[in-house]
Design a protein around this ligand. Sequence first.
Ligand code: 5GP
Ligand code: ZN
Length: 114
Amino acid sequence: MSHDCLFCKIAEGTIPANRVWEDELSIAFPDINPQAPTHLLIIPKQHIASLAMADPEHKPLVGHLMAVATEIARAQKLDHGFRVVINTGDHGGQTVHHLHLHLLGGRAMNWPPG
Ligand code: 5GP
Ligand code: ZN
């Protein structure tokens, strides 16, 4: 991939990550700065800059990422619950501009978010 994207490099393997999940469409790996006992990032292998940039053609892919979150949560026995977050754009607090789901678990979460 020619453009400079951290998560594309992780998806390609140029930058190593501990792949706790991989399928033909997605990978998941631990967040480098975890905010909960379990904090994984689930990303599409395909570059999509944000949820706001997802097109109707990406609906199956976005649904797939959500289903992967459920599968990983089951595998990691997050039986008390978990949280899935997609920070989007400046006001959403997005810092890496490649679509990603945060899967957070292992502690009780608060609401509203900061
Ligand atoms: P955002 O703020 O865009 O929703 O989330 C980006 C996340 O990527 C942050 O939680 C941040 O800790 C994580 N992150 C940034 N750089 C790296 C990296 O090089 N490796 C991993 N595993 N996570 C990263
Ligand atoms: Zn990318």
